[in-house]
Design a protein around this ligand. Structure first.
Ligand code: CU
Length: 212
């Protein structure tokens, strides 16, 4: 798995009772790495409210993304890291189609709608309209589209590659294991119900527990 694009740390604000040792255990990171990343911090005397750098360790969950019949060149990974109060999501995707501007009533191709869908099933199904078995957007709190837990920023690509990380407080990584990541042909407008008019499904990946 390629993780070389992932920013190596996140910020953590010290709470009452925190120690470097406990934080290293909680986030499953190396105590030595923590100490090395915080050279000016007195590790025996942490102050409530002070911010320290925490190394990112392995993701809790990961999706191996593969293109379907409309764009078989797509490959990549989406990783879900456990961080305080939410999840740091990192995507690195290659083989996306070239950008095409909107023509008449046809939507642009790219940037690409990007979501967690409710079922972890990436069977192709109809090759002209693939990955319907992944269902609709994962929406556990019955929100309008634009605010689904599974609504992600669009994937912005250059020469077919999109690489980004973002934070969400909408879920923890454990909650999306067994669901699917879908990449769409068209941009998400974040307002058309129920799916943002993001068009056909180019690629899919089942979100699994990371064990590597
Ligand atoms: Cu979608």
């Amino acid at each position: 798995m390629s993780t070389n694009n992932i920013p190596g740390s996140f910020k953590y604000r010290i709470k009452a009772g925190d120690t470097m040792y406990n934080l290293a255990q909680k986030y499953n990171v190396s105590l030595n790495n923590m100490l090395a990343m915080n050279p000016s911090i007195d590790s025996d005397n942490l102050k409530i409210g002070q911010t320290i750098n925490m190394p990112l360790n392995n993701p809790v969950a990961t999706a191996n993304i593969k293109g379907g019949p409309l764009r078989p060149q797509i490959t990549g990974t989406v990783n879900f890291f456990d961080v305080p109060d939410g999840t740091w999501v990192c995507a690195d995707i290659s083989g996306l189609p070239p950008y095409r501007p909107a023509v008449g009533s046809a939507n642009p191709i790219g940037p690409h709608g990007f979501h967690v869908h409710e079922f972890g099933n990436c069977q192709t199904g109809d090759p002209g309209d693939p990955f319907q078995t992944a269902g609709g957007h994962w929406n556990p709190t019955n929100q309008p589209h634009g605010n689904h837990a599974g609504d992600f920023p669009v994937l912005f690509s250059n020469q077919g590659r999109a690489s980004m990380c973002f934070f969400t407080s909408a879920f923890k990584p454990e909650q999306v294991i067994g669901k699917a990541v879908i990449i769409h042909q068209n941009p998400d407008d974040y307002r058309t119900q129920p799916a943002g008019n993001a068009g056909k499904r180019l690629a899919c990946g089942v979100i699994q527990r990371f064990n590597g």
